[in-house]
Design a protein around this ligand. Structure first.
Ligand code: PLP
Length: 422
């Protein structure tokens, strides 16, 4: 093999999470009912939503020039002008935000938006300084963890843990521990949060935005599951944007992950930087997702799909999964589930679990049940003495009910065995 540069080594030699994703991918490929796939971030196939995509593909095929454009043209690197205008218009109408198409950039998925944003804002600076991204609450989205092309990028703050009732809990930002030093380039949160299903409150977002503003750094809000689409939020949470904020959205969780369409909303000089990076790394974005949804964004149908189909679908899934957990994890298991306020996962905490979440993951894998061990979501805080980091697992509830049930049953059995010291 050829010698790899620092960039090549950091990104080209795999990662813990890469291996995990590989496990999950192979499990899907194996197919069949044997594997309980409760590990990925794969959105469900919702027939009513797929009907909308089918209709739009038909319309694109039938409309003169539309297919030719969607498949045959390069778009400008910031995205299709009509799509960018439609997005800006939706936000103006819906939330009264003062934005134009100049505040909107398209990227190849939210994941790539973060690769570009994190590396452009933090890392090594020309004068030798190094800057990091502050995660005000971990656990946080695993997909950020290995994205740095140079330095380690993250500093994380541990949350306050509110124990609610006998079997629930909720994370809150610990503002007393949140310190913004000169080497912090940005603050970053996902809302709803992958993995915990937490939705930061309006008050928490407001305080974070004020802190970011005081330090003249951006607050990045990852709305992959957020408002206004796919709006997989089960609480009251007001979407916010102003020129100090960077909001990212995605078409993935409404049901179009295969189109790889991410959206960044930010001040226009940052938007121009994103367009520049897109053109250097990939010339342009994929057109298909933009072509499919532009008329739905213009008409507002994308909000109806989100609010009337997608959100109720996942909310129902969440309620069912929580019910199954409470039924299956009898009082022999000291478990707590994070309040399911949004996104596609249950985040289950086994306090004082005698084995690590990685060992639990391995035991479950032997039974063809795949979850994600929670320790991967605590990057930016390396303190091994913090037991909580090894006591949680993420369980995706998007699969059919029988599969979720079978998986949860196996988890209950393995956890009970572990608490019994075996
Ligand atoms: N942000 C969060 C919180 C996610 O969970 C995901 C995907 O799971 C992404 C971003 C990236 O998604 P995509 O690149 O498909 O837009």
């Amino acid at each position: 093999a050829w010698e790899l540069s620092e960039f090549g080594q950091r990104l080209g030699l795999g990662s813990g999470i890469g291996e995990l994703m590989d496990d999950l991918g192979h499990a899907i490929a194996k197919g069949g009912d044997r594997v309980c796939m409760l590990g990925g971030g794969q959105p469900a196939h919702i027939p009513q939503v797929e009907e909308v995509w089918r209709r739009r593909i038909q319309e694109i095929a039938d409309q003169p020039g539309a297919l030719e454009h969607a498949l045959g043209n390069y778009e400008p690197p910031a995205g299709n002008p009509g799509f960018r205008e439609a997005i800006a218009g939706l936000f103006r109408r819906q939330f009264g935000w003062d934005i134009s198409s100049e505040n909107v950039a398209v990227t190849p998925g939210g994941q790539t938006a973060f690769f570009l944003l994190l590396n452009a804002l933090a890392g090594r600076f020309a004068d030798g300084r190094h800057k990091k991204v502050l995660l005000p609450l971990v656990p946080e989205y695993i997909g950020y963890a290995n994205q740095s092309v140079a330095d380690d990028l993250f500093v994380a703050v541990r949350p306050l843990i509110d124990r609610l009732g006998k079997h629930r809990f909720k994370y809150r930002v610990d503002f007393d521990r949140l310190v913004v030093t000169d080497d912090i380039a940005a603050i970053c949160v996902s809302r709803p949060t992958n993995p915990s299903g937490n939705v930061l409150t309006d008050d928490e977002i407001d305080r974070l935005a004020k802190i970011a503003n005081q330090h003249q750094i951006p607050l990045i809000i990852d709305g992959a599951y957020g408002a206004p689409f796919p709006n997989v939020i089960f609480t009251d949470a007001a979407p916010v944007w102003n020129k100090d904020l960077i909001l990212t959205l995605s078409l993935s969780k409404i049901g179009l992950p295969g189109t790889r369409t991410g959206i960044v909303i930010a001040q226009n000089d940052l938007i121009r930087s994103i367009a520049s990076m897109t053109s250097i790394v990939g010339l342009a974005n994929t057109n298909v997702g933009q072509s499919i949804v532009t008329p739905l964004v213009e008409s507002g149908e994308i909000l109806d799909v989100s609010n009337n189909i997608v959100r109720p679908f996942y909310q129902q899934k969440s309620i069912e999964a929580l019910q199954m957990v409470d039924d299956l994890f009898d009082d022999a298991i000291p478990y707590r589930v994070h309040q399911s306020e949004g996104a596609l996962f249950l985040w289950i905490w086994f306090e004082d679990l005698p084995i690590t979440s990685t060992q639990l993951y391995q035991r479950l894998k032997l039974r063809d049940v795949l979850v994600v061990p929670g320790n991967h979501f605590f990057f930016g805080d390396d303190d091994p003495s913090w037991a909580h980091r090894n006591q949680c697992i993420r369980v995706t509830f998007t699969m059919p009910k029988a599969i979720v049930h079978r998986g949860l049953q196996a988890i209950a059995e393995e956890v009970r065995t572990a608490y019994q010291g075996e």
